[in-house]
Design a protein. Structure first.
Length: 298
């Protein structure tokens, strides 16, 4: 399988590593000297300067900065092969909707948390009603700083938790209320309440927290199920009752990045599509844009 990779930055190099691990030949589009060096070190089959110079490929993975996604994806889709884009689909809701229409059936979004074994365990608990009816989700994704210089922390962090809501509850919720800390036009922290069909999602993301946390709580009628960290390989369940009966559900499995890339490669070979369609990716972008508006975006 030949899978083109557009972008060989800090995250793109990990994508290259896993595509090579999956047995793919990977021609890479890289422009800067640093990106070309990473591509060469990572085992790229060849390195070219633009998408038009790629050889024949079975599919394309896009791992460029979020603010460039719309333009890069429009060019990649012209190749006529399936395209897998790192989240978020775009930082512009109108552009995301346009891409969802033009890329229907061929464009997918890399929402790695939809492949996290712990998130899949939470989804099974919700779907099978093991703890009764679901009241809502609470997600916390905070830390210090932002490794991306083209978009603010909300665009980096919030797509993850909205994709968790999509996987666990089956839909992207709609924003109801939000508050943010704005610095020089950037949202560096956002707290929000979203609503689904009979359930809610309390979301907190921040690039201004001294404590790094990744936490997902599924709150149900008969108890709570918690994934307490991104590297955790278990879900903790506490059942309602005077003693608060506790249960530990082990969730071993493949690392999410490798799992989502495996899904794409298998799709190129005739398997089912990856989890997040472009339409779902556009819904996540629209939800973030609405939360930013509710929070008083300047």
């Amino acid at each position: 399988m030949v899978v083109g990779l557009v972008g060989s930055g800090g995250w793109g190099r990990h994508i290259l590593r896993d595509l090579v691990t999956l047995g793919c030949e990977v021609p890479v589009v890289a422009r800067s000297q640093e990106s070309r060096a990473r591509a060469e070190e990572g085992g790229a089959r060849e390195i070219v300067g633009d998408i038009a110079s790629l050889p024949r490929v079975d599919g394309v993975v896009v791992a460029t900065p979020t603010s460039t996604h719309a333009a890069v994806l429009e060019e990649a889709l012209e190749l006529g092969v399936p395209v897998y884009c790192e989240k978020a689909l775009s930082d512009d809701a109108t552009a995301a909707e346009r891409l969802a229409e033009s890329g229907a059936g061929r464009l997918f979004v890399m929402d790695k948390w939809r492949y996290h074994p712990g998130v899949l365990a939470l989804a099974a608990i919700a779907r099978e009603r093991r703890l009764g009816a679901v009241s809502g989700l609470r997600t916390v994704r905070v830390g210090w700083g932002n490794p991306h210089d083209d978009v603010d922390p909300v665009w980096v962090l919030a797509p993850h938790d909205l994709s968790v809501a999509l996987e666990v509850m089956g839909a992207v919720p709609h924003g109801e209320a939000a508050a943010a800390q704005w610095l020089d036009g950037d949202a560096v922290q956002l707290s929000a309440l979203l609503r689904g069909d009979g359930w809610w999602h309390a979301l907190e993301v921040s690039g201004r927290s001294p404590e790094r946390r990744r936490r997902i709580e599924l709150l149900c009628e008969d108890g709570v199920a918690v994934l307490a960290g991104g590297w955790d390989e278990h879900v903790s369940v506490c059942r309602a009752g005077p003693d608060g009966e506790e249960e530990r559900i082990e969730t071993p499995g493949e690392l999410p990045l490798l799992a989502e890339l495996r899904a794409f490669v298998e799709h190129l070979g005739g398997g089912p599509p990856p989890r997040s369609s472009a339409k779902e990716g556009a819904a996540i972008v629209a939800a973030i844009a609405e939360l930013r508006r509710l929070a008083g975006a300047p």
